[in-house]
Write a protein that binds this ligand. Sequence first.
Ligand code: G3H
Length: 543
Amino acid sequence: MRSLMTLISKIFPKQSELPQSVEVPKIKGRILIDGKIIDSGFKTKTIFSPCSFRNDSDDQLVFPEMGTTPQVDASVFRQAVDAAARAWQKGRGEWPCARMEDRVTSIIHLRDRLIPHRDLICRLLMWEIAKTWPDAQSEFDRTIQYMTDTIEATKQLDRDCSRIQFAGDIMSQIRRAPLGVTLCMGPFNYPLNETFTTLIPALIVGNVVVVKLPRFGQLLWDVLLEPFRDCLPPGVINIVNGAGREVIAPVVQSGKVDVLAFIGSSQVANQIKQAHPHPHRFRSILGLDAKNPALVLPDADLGLAVSECMKGSLSFNGQRCTAIKIVFVHRSVVKDFIDLFIQKVDSLISGLPWEKNVMITPLPDRTKHEQLSAYVKDALEHGAYLCNPKKGGQVAGSLFFPAVLGRVSFSSRISKEEQFGPIVPIVEYESFNEFEEYMVNSPYGMQASIFGKDPTVIGEAIDSLSNQVCRINLNTQCQRGPDVFPFTGRKSSAEGTLSVTDALRSFSIRSMVAAKQDQMGKQVIRGILDGDHSRFLTSNIVL
Ligand code: G3H
């Protein structure tokens, strides 16, 4: 108990010791429906920051209040979907029918309106989900870059689509057309970036969108409402928040949602998909569960493997879908690997997200430690041992000290389930077959990392993994970026592909105009192009 109190006082400052520069931002969350920002008429929920401090008077931990977030009911959520459906107008709305150039211009304006809010958005990310200050800034900057790259990719796509193609006796122009009302639901670990990586491509190709906010990381969305309202026609984007279980099923059951862009658990994705009355008409782009392994071969550079596995498993406290979630280390090097790993983990700075070089911060879900502690307990009962018993697995406020588990057995839950938190399970293996068996039987298939030097051995491992996961990282941690690369997964890890260019395709369908290559065909097409009589069949390109 005394050691816990010491930890708490080391990690959490007194209220009067908080630096002024990191003042808690206060937000009263609103919603955007049909071009109107609404601040009342719905229930709200109070948001408390996981970044606690100690009361000056009695040393008790305080989770500071950050404001409120909307909790709309199913009827208000339905209004948001109806507004989107009106903007879509069965495909005849102003936005889906606009020239690509006009949509690109709107997204450029939107991007430029967001940039001045960088500081506040990053502070909200830091306080609400305890993302470190450098990571919060990088999430914002990466999002702006993603918008810029999407704008450029859209222009390129438009140029590529503008040419007339000839095959057999047919000539045609093939373009990308939007799909309809899109429900975007991003995750709490990248509440801005990952939502935008679906939202922006969906919008730019002409879809209309309803955004349901993630579980945490909601308050920053309030800052975005005015820019979205001012840059897009009414109803093209609607931003609401409510209890997913109550509000999502009724609108999906109505059949008014055409596309689901969801990053979260496969269990929730299944529930949403099954609610649609016409599943064959419900396009899904999903980023789901993962259990990305690292494989450390006997000849691996252990210093490098340890450092990459540490970053891979513990960046943002392991709350990344691309995090390394299980580490297989060859028996001949496992002792050295664990010794080095523990040294690194012991040297990590735990604390509040604005502190210099901090790595381990409080978890946004204040009850998450219960699940993590249960994983540790279960692993120990199944023969594992805690490699860092001094601090590993201890809980202070909402902070969970990374627990490194050695000799993890396949009968333990942590070997199979996604922890999405700071636990590093290490499995000792003797033969590659043990790892291969694990992979082929795993329900997940996002990424893997291999650490080693021998090209023959690594080549074989690549071949074994290439039909199990969608990205094999050599001597480097798993990760999504750079965002131009395809981000996807097999089995229960994803559906569809996201990247700057792939997302434009995921949120659109190819539509073509075709005519016979005879005199009449050529005359009509020439006449339309020369007279600029169509927004779709056009030789105008976005410059
Ligand atoms: O949580 C999933 C994110 O897409 C991970 O992205 O690998 O760049 O952290 P990241």
